[in-house]
Design a protein around this ligand. Sequence first.
Ligand code: PLP
Length: 377
Amino acid sequence: MAKIAFNDLKAQYHHLKDQIDAQIAAVLEEGAFISGPQVTQLEDALCRYTGRQYCVTVSNGTDALVMPLMAKGIGEGDAVFVPSFTFVATAEVVSQQGATPVFCDVDEATFNLDPVSLRAQIERVRKEGRLKPRAVISVDLFGLPADYSEIRAVCDEFGLFLMEDAAQGFGGEINGVKACNFGDVSTTSFFPAKPLGCYGDGGAIFTDDPAMYEILTSIRVHGKGAEKYDNVRVGLNARLDTMQAAILLPKLEAFDTENQNRNRMAALYTELLKGKYETPPVPNGFTSSWAQYTLRTRSPEHRTALQAALKEAGIPSMVYYPKPLHQQTVYLPLGYGEGSLPVSEHLSKVVLSLPMHGYLTEETVRSVCAVLNEIEE
Ligand SMILES: *Cc1c(COP(=O)(O)O)cnc(C)c1O
């Protein structure tokens, strides 16, 4: 059998080669490498796809998170609540602005921000009185939207700005509403390995608020005002390249077909592994875009044994994430002790992600599961 890829970007390219090559050639012919017409076309297409009012494409998923914080003037003395079990960018952007990330625990089954822990951390920060609670960045981890009815209620109660980090969540849904709709501002990443990826760095911000949209488009180009050499605020150079926008246009058209395949393959994994493994649940009314298909193994030793058996059979697997953010070296000075966020700490020791992508085949899923099901208890 052919070598199994963890995320087969080559298969996708071969599938979409004619359209992608034509798009790249058109950009080279036109020569509008920055802010070319494909950028606006993509923003319109992303608004149509998500149903959101405004889309600002940007340089990457990290800048997509930093820009709304800049727009809100969040900085020193402010607290921004984030899950600990996520990619570092979710918290890093808070620190970059001089604000303090306050880590919250996650739900053991969905891996997403636990509204009970969120409330407890908000109340703790209020009581301590040292930081001012300003915002929540909730993550749609591995493609599954977080529990936004609960998270929204907590944000409204405490008057907090809600950001949805849908870097991995693009294509997910809650009751037919697409991910990138659940925050006051929502963001995504087009890093190649994400559900909707380009061929370099890229990202996007979504909002329904026209004033926020205006500020974000200004921040994206050096804080520009009404005219090019009129600068009204401190901004960034955070544009998405025309080339990446052009590449994303045919990829967005193929997205639903790929997403359906990821969902079929996830269902097959679950059918073949449940009973023997803790498979990832999808709550009622929710749809995942399966950025990752992630098992909870029984113990760190169990995970090591499974990874070794898979490797032996030529099957790649990954650990997302081996260390929760509150235990990362950079955040040790914040003083979260061992056991302070027990679910995040436990998950980082037992999770294991299996091959998953839009062109994954039933044959591959069956061979991965055969290896996992042959392992001795
Ligand atoms: C990938 C990722 C980001 C950052 O996106 P980049 O495009 O790599 O900057 C932010 N948050 C989460 C949860 C991610 O997975």
